[in-house]
Design a protein around this ligand. Structure first.
Ligand code: MG
Length: 221
């Protein structure tokens, strides 16, 4: 089945299909520790395809290729204006809004890729591996670095964090990403996960929450 999901974004007159999903690895020190990974000295970036998007109320499909799919709850930033080499001081003006997202990860496939130095595209890029909640306009969020972030699986809290604990702030990530990619309106940035990642099973119910943003609900199959 084709996935041509478009997203309603504040500041856009029509739903938009994001051109790229930029994801940040190891952006919370406690998560880097639980993965036994070094704390990065500059943002660590990987990409997901737009076909990995699924909206709130949707279903994460656990692929047959993986026996261990993990949840990673993340704050997601949507770009309003594009640009290249955006200064940090101007980065907030390039942001349309924020949503709760999940960076689903086939941890077994990622582990094998890490061992041989191969890319993470397969482990991170399956269909439905980028659930995304509804967006709130950036100006409705007074301080994006002052938000609680959490994830429940079947009603049990699995992840709990705070955006103040990001190693690289939202404005730093926008500026940094724009030194590599030309950013385009509607591009998304998944800003990394706090600690507490773990496996999901079929028929789980996931509720991802960030202060002042609509809850993201997804089930699994
Ligand atoms: Mg992640």
């Amino acid at each position: 089945m084709e996935n041509l999901m478009k997203i309603d974004l504040p500041g856009f007159s029509e739903p938009i299909r994001p051109g790229k999903l930029i994801c940040i690895g190891r952006n919370y020190a406690e998560h880097a520790k639980e993965m036994q990974s070094a704390i990065p000295t500059e943002p660590m970036i990987f990409l997901k395809p737009a076909t990995s998007l699924v909206g709130s109320g949707g279903t994460i499909v656990i692929p047959t290729q993986s026996q261990e799919v993990h949840h990673e709850v993340e704050l997601v930033v949507a770009l309003l204006k594009g640009g290249k080499n955006i200064p940090e001081s101007d980065a907030l003006h390039h942001i349309a809004g924020y949503a709760v997202g999940l960076d689903m990860t086939a941890r077994d496939l990622q582990g094998r890729a890490k061992k041989v130095g191969a890319p993470w595209s397969v482990a991170k890029g399956f269909d439905t591996f980028a659930p995304i909640g509804d967006f709130v306009a950036a100006n409705m969020v007074p301080d994006v670095q002052d938000l609680f972030i959490s994830l429940k699986v079947n009603g049990e809290v699995r992840q709990k964090g705070h955006t103040a604990d990001m190693i690289f702030s939202v404005v730093t990530l926008v500026a940094y990403a724009s030194t590599i990619f030309t950013l385009e309106p509607g591009d998304l940035i998944y800003t990394g996960t706090p600690e507490g990642v773990g496996a999901i099973q079929k028929e789980d119910v996931l509720e991802a929450e960030i202060t002042s943003l609509p809850t993201l609900y997804v089930t699994t199959e």
